[in-house]
Design a protein around this ligand. Structure first.
Ligand SMILES: *Cc1c(COP(=O)(O)O)cnc(C)c1O
Length: 392
């Protein structure tokens, strides 16, 4: 069911050659971000969802050059902490273009965000709502609905959001507290391959819009979250199909009374734009009877590949060589650190060149999202993942 192993399935013509050239004489591992691809992914989403306001989810890749490129394109930003707020302010992003999307906030951080000029906040609990009311009077709040994340390769279930009955009560309370109950949000799970999940979530929004209308609260906005795909080993539909389907779901439920629509893409904007270049440190076999080589790379779970937990995200992985099927063998891929969980793929068998050698480069494609921002600071003394940007 998966795509054939060739870098040209994932990259633009000539891009793999340029990446190899860039990697010559560079110390590995590093992440190379193609800013042109970031722009193209942004434009593609904008074109397919022309009515939606885009809030890039900063956590996916907070690299300053990425933020600048998106800011120039007119993007808004979903921020989760005061640290993200500060780094965006330092890059000249206006606070009106930020939404505080984290539902888990310290009261002092809400105060800080509001003082800096942010007036749009996500919430999903009474405690958080009270903090917002105290520290950000008259701010707009949107309420996050629970979503179980099924169908997603990287679910965000349970931890965030609340049931519609709780949300209903929060909206009434927000109004009483002098806040503006502005809209609803959800996140159907990251790398969500089942587009139908948006249908269910939008139907819940419709139900709440109607019942709150009866209580004299007129919501204005729906935040469709992230979940849009990057191009990994397992196939997904195009953004165009996602957009068409989601638009159809919205029309079915809201007809002519379409609310304002926000999207918060992270992965789909930066995922395809990044390649991690790494190197084989060691190749070994555990027993003479064992069929599989263990390939140890100079990057692993702690260096940026944490989304290989449970082998959830399967990156397309290639080497310098042109590969013929008869020259490939199944391998186990592991990282360089002294922790036994630092194994990327053991059940799902990647195929790599039979004659792969220590010192050979290994290219991990579609690695622009949730890699550098997740890499550890000093585990085993290894520094955070080096990031370069380019235009290819
Ligand atoms: C992480 C996150 C996103 C981005 O999700 P992707 O699946 O990477 O697009 C969007 N919204 C919120 C609230 C998030 O926490």
């Amino acid at each position: 069911m998966e795509k054939n192993g060739d870098p040209s399935h994932y990259l633009k013509p000539g891009e793999f050659e340029s990446i190899k050239k860039f990697a010559e004489n560079k110390k590995t591992p590093f992440l190379l971000i193609n800013l042109k691809t970031v722009e193209e992914k942004y434009e593609e989403l904008e074109k397919n969802l022309p009515y939606a306001k885009i809030y890039y989810a900063v956590k996916a890749n907070p690299e300053p050059e990425v933020i600048k490129v998106l800011a120039n394109k007119g993007s808004n930003f979903d921020v989760a902490t005061v640290f993200e707020i500060n780094s965006l302010l330092a890059l000249g992003v206006a606070p009106e273009r930020m939404s505080f999307g984290n539902t888990i906030k310290k009261e002092e951080d809400i105060a800080y965000a509001f003082e800096k000029g942010i007036t749009l906040f996500a919430t999903d609990s009474e405690s958080d709502l009270m903090k917002i009311a105290r520290q950000a009077p008259q701010a707009k709040v949107f309420f996050r609905l629970l979503s179980d994340g099924s169908g997603a390769d990287w679910p965000l279930s349970r931890k965030f959001g609340a049931h519609p009955d709780v949300i209903f009560g929060l909206a009434l309370k927000a109004k009483k507290l002098g806040l503006i109950p502005y809209g609803l949000s959800f996140h159907v799970g990251s790398q969500q391959r089942d587009i139908g999940q948006w249908d269910d979530a939008i139907a819940q929004c419709k139900y709440l819009f109607s019942s709150l209308e009866d209580a004299d609260i007129s919501l204005k906005m729906i935040n469709l979250g992230g979940g849009f795909p990057s191009d990994y080993v397992q196939p997904t539909n195009s953004i165009e199909i996602y957009a068409k389907e989601i638009t159809r779901f919205l029309k079915e439920d809201f007809g002519e009374n379409m609310p304002q629509i926000i999207v918060e893409p992270g992965r789909s904007i930066v995922g395809d734009a990044g390649v991690i270049v790494s190197e084989v440190i060691m190749i070994s076999r555990k027993s003479t009877a064992n069929h599989y080589n263990w390939i140890y790379l100079d990057i692993g779970k702690f260096g940026g590949l944490i989304e290989t937990i449970d082998e959830s995200i399967k990156y397309p992985i290639f080497t310098d060589n042109q590969r013929q099927k008869q020259d490939l063998i199944e391998v186990i891929l592991a990282g360089p650190t002294c922790d036994s969980m630092d194994i990327m793929y053991e059940n799902y068998r990647y195929q790599m060149d039979k004659d792969l050698k220590e010192g050979d480069k290994v290219y991990i494609l579609t690695a622009g999202a949730y890699t550098a921002s997740y890499s550890s600071v000093c585990f085993n003394g290894i520094p955070p993942l080096q990031v370069y940007t380019t235009r290819l």
